[in-house]
Design a protein around this ligand. Sequence first.
Ligand code: GAP
Length: 513
Amino acid sequence: MKNQEDQFKKVLSHAKEYGFIFQSSEIYDGLSAVYDYAQNGVELKKNIRDYWWNAMVQMHENIVGLDSAIFMHPTTWKASGHVDAFNDPLIDNKDSKKRYRADVLIEDYAEKLNIKAQKEIKKASKRFGEAFNEEEFITTNPRVVKYLSQKETVLKRMAKSLENEDLKDVKALIEELEIACPVSGSKNWTDVKQFNLMFGTKLGATAESAMDLYLRPETAQGIFVNFANVQKTGRMKIPFGIAQTGKAFRNEIVARQFIFRMREFEQMEMQFFVRPGEELKWYEHWKEKRLNWHLSLGLGKENYRFHDHDKLAHYANAATDIEFNFPFGFKELEGIHSRTDFDLKAHEEHSGKKLQYFDHEVNNSYVPYVIETSIGLDRMFLAVFSNSLQNEILEDGSERVVMKIPSVLAPTKAAILPLVKKDGLPEIAQSIIDDLKFDFNLSYDEKDAIGRRYRRQDAVGTPFCITVDHDTKEDNCVTIRFRDSMEQKRVAITDLKSIIAKEVSMSTWLHKL
Ligand code: GAP
C-alpha cells in the first residue's frame, strides 16, 4: 500500500515537472478534478487517440467516424435515461465533512478482501512451487474461501440494494461492515442520497427564452441520434459501427484521483449496430478485440483483468469492465456493454422518428441492437503514464528515471543533440531535423553535457537520441542511442528515417493487432 502511494506521488510530480499535466487555472489555486495537458501531455494524449482511432476506424471497413456536438437537444437526455437515472449514491462523513460515493466505499472494502485472498494464494504458490494447484487451493483453503465468499456476499448485497433503490440498506451495509472515513477515522455517516451527475447550462440570449441544456455526460448519445443519418448517407450494412472521440462532463462526487476521475474528460466510444439476437456473439468479439488492443501496447498482460458487472445498467443485458492495475490498484479503464435496442428505441419514442434498419438478408425492418466499447482517454493516459514511469538502478549504481512509453505513443520520437554548440555541429543537427520533421515529432537540445541531455529525454520517454559529433563531419554518421536498452550505435544519417520509422510508425504497431 505504501509503495503504491509512493508510486502515485511520483506520477503526480513527474507529470507536472516534465510538462505533461498541469492543474486547470493553477494561478487561481486550481479547479478541482479539472486538468490541462501541457506540451508533452498533449502529444501523448493525441497519440493515444490516434492509435485508438486508427485501430477502430481505419482498420475496419464497417466502422466510420463522427464528431457530434457537445450541446444536444435536452430531450436526448430524457430519452437516454440520464435525467432520471444518471445518479451516484453519495454519503457524507459528519466529522470530516468529506463526501464519498457509497458504492465506492463498499467496493474498496470488497477489494481489500480480494487482496487478502490473493496474498494467501501468492504465499502458498511460493511455498509449494511447481506442485501448486491454484484452482484447488482457491476452493479448499478455508481462509481464501472465507475472504472470497465474503467479498461476493458484500458485492451482491450492494448490487441488489442499488437495483432496488434501497438506499437505507446501502447505509446499513456500510455500518455493518464498520467502514470508517479514511480522513477522520469515524463511522458517523449521513443517510445515502442520490445525486445527478449532469452539469446544466442555458442556451439563448434572454432569461425568458433560454433553453435548459446539459453538457453531455457521454459521447454515445451523439452517435445514437445520428444513427439513421450515418446509416443512410454512408449506405452502411449491419453489422457496422460508428466511432467518436470527444469531451464529456460529469459532476463527480468524489474526484481525488488525479486524471482517473475528472469533471471534464474525454471519451473514445464506438457503437456497433447488430442484428437482434446476435448481440452476445458480438459482445464476446469486442471484448477480445479491445483486450488485444490494450495488450498490443506491451504494458504487461498481468496488469489487465475483466470485471463482469453484477449490477447491470438499465439499458444493458451484459457488461464488463477492462480493469487496469493503476498505482492505486485495479480499476475500470474501459467498459464494454451490450446495450440492447434500448437507446434507439427510446429515441424513436421521444422523437417520433423511425430509427430502424431494413435488413435485405432477412427481408425485415428492426431496431438494431448495440454493442458499445467506451474508454476514457484520460484514464488510458494515466495507465500508460503510470506504467511507463520507472526508476532504474544502473550497473554503476546510479539511478535513472525513464518513461518507457510505447514508442508509437511517445510525445517526441527523437532528440537531435549536437555534442558541442560550435564547430558546425548545430548546423548539421538542424539539417537532420529539417529532413526528419516531415515524418516525426522531434526536439533539439544543445545545453549541458550529453549524459544529462540523455537523462532529460529518458524522463519524457523519447525513444531515440541522435548525437552529432566531430566525426559526423567526416563520415556523415551519427550516434543513435536507444532509450530502453541505452545501447548506442553508429549509423549513417541517411538510415535514420528508416531506423526510427520501424520502431515508432503506427503501421508497425497496428500490424500487431
Ligand atoms: N457510454 C458509456 C459510458 O459512458 P461509463 O462506464 O460511464 O460508460 C466509460 O464511462 C469510460 O469513460 C470509463 O470506463 C472511463 O474510462 C471513462 N470515464 C468515465 N467517467 C470518467 C471520469 N469522471 N473521468 C475520467 N474518465 C471517466
